[in-house]
Design a protein around this ligand. Structure first.
Ligand code: ADP
Ligand code: ADP
Length: 227
């Protein structure tokens, strides 16, 4: 079973004369373990497609399957957005621990896994700091750790590095590439940056402008040195 299967999907916002076809028709199959990057102009339907895969939207026509099942919002995939949406008054470790707790992971296991996750994203030294005290780049690392915490095989990321300065963004891209190689997590990653797409993706899909349809579907076959 592929990690994600999108079959003849269209998505229309509104109805009647106000109807806007944002996506499709689209067919996409994402094999387990691949990092698919969706790239395209602003407004072309990338976020909508991601929300369809996450289960936050239902397709107007066609079907979406995650590991063979209809997606359940908040349950089928780990999510990372442009803004990290953390609890700012809680500690870095606390934010990650809370995600584990919601997932039903018992305290003893949380205490073991939080430091592990923070080490993976380079945050071990700031585990006790409050989220409001750390930088934007570090906050996005917390969001990544939190998404990795819940062991969904699928990770959905919507422009996670877009709000960061260039240097921080480069560091996070490198670390993200290492983390995906280490964990073998299937990812669907949305960006409007071709550079970012080619650097991170094992496959890059370019969408046409609204409605978003597959214009190009490329396997990226670069030697992944440094991973
Ligand atoms: P992208 O992520 O590529 O910028 P989106 O998926 O956000 O594109 O949007 C695709 C199109 O759908 C855009 O033209 C946008 O204006 C429209 N759209 C997105 N969300 C809504 C909504 N909730 N209601 C109506 N139109 C929407
Ligand atoms: P804090 O007040 O330090 O921010 P929270 O109240 O946010 O901690 O913690 C929420 C939950 O996560 C609590 O059950 C707490 O025991 C646990 N927790 C917090 N930090 C860690 C950590 N570094 N390792 C394991 N569990 C933690």
């Amino acid at each position: 079973t592929p990690a994600v299967r999108v079959r003849e999907v269209t998505h229309v916002y509104g109805n009647g004369s106000a109807a806007v076809t944002a996506v499709g028709p689209i067919d996409l199959t994402v094999p387990a373990g691949s990092v698919l990057v969706l790239v395209g102009a602003s407004g072309c339907g990338k976020s909508t497609l991601l929300r369809l895969v996450a289960g936050f939207e239902r397709p107007s026509t066609g079907t979406v399957r995650v590991a063979g099942e209809p997606p359940r919002p908040g349950h089928s995939a780990g999510l990372v957005f442009q803004q990290p949406r953390l609890l700012p008054w809680r500690s870095v470790g606390g934010n990650v621990a809370l995600a584990l707790r919601y997932a039903g992971v018992p305290q003893q296991e949380r205490a073991r896994r939080v430091p592990e996750l923070l080490t993976r994203v380079g945050l071990r030294d700031v585990a006790r700091r409050r989220v409001w005290e750390i930088s934007g780049g570090q906050q996005q690392r917390v969001a990544l750790a939190r998404a990795l915490a819940v062991e969904h095989p699928l990770l959905l990321l919507d422009e996670p590095f877009a709000a960061l300065d260039a240097l921080t963004r480069e560091r996070l891209q490198e670390d993200f590439r290492r983390v995906t190689a280490e964990t073998g997590r299937t990812c669907v990653f949305v960006t409007h940056s071709v550079d970012e797409a080619v650097f991170l993706g094992s496959r890059v899909v370019v969408l046409t402008s609204r409605p978003g349809r597959v214009a190009l579907d490329l396997d990226i076959d670069l030697p992944r040195t440094g991973v």
